[in-house]
Design a protein. Structure first.
Length: 133
């Protein structure tokens, strides 16, 4: 992959997570929606995770957008942290949403899985990590 493609992926993924994390921290409605999701998905330690997860999203997203040149050493760590969030989100909430879609067969289930934003972002983050290793 050429450097401009990698910069584009890092910038887009980083901006998404930075903005999303910020809104979950600063906007009462977004924060309440996060807490509701964490509670309905039976995520442990809601009181901690309601602040920890969006703080990681925002800070790792910012780090990812700024990880060029000498600062590029932080990109794989930031991407790995965000990847962990995507994997957990897929497992605790994404699979529930897929079940609600009522896929008609295994291919449709896979299509629904690949359609989840957290899965698509996870693929981007895997590429970022792989390109920096």
């Amino acid at each position: 992959m050429n450097i401009s493609s990698l910069i584009l992926l890092q910038s887009v993924a980083g901006a998404f997570f930075a903005i999303s994390g910020y809104h979950k921290l600063a906007n009462k409605e977004r924060h309440a929606a996060l807490v509701s999701t964490l509670e309905s998905d039976h995520v442990p330690l809601v009181r901690m995770n309601q602040w920890f997860v969006p703080a990681v999203e925002m800070s790792a997203g910012i780090a990812l957008t700024m990880a060029y040149g000498p600062a590029a050493i932080v990109a794989p760590l930031a991407a790995a942290l965000l990847l962990a969030i995507c994997v957990v989100a897929t497992c605790v909430d994404g699979f529930k949403r897929i079940a609600e879609y009522q896929p008609i067969d295994k291919a449709d289930w896979l299509d629904d899985l690949l359609y989840l934003p957290e899965v698509l972002l996870a693929v981007i983050l895997v590429v970022i990590v792989a390109e920096h290793i």
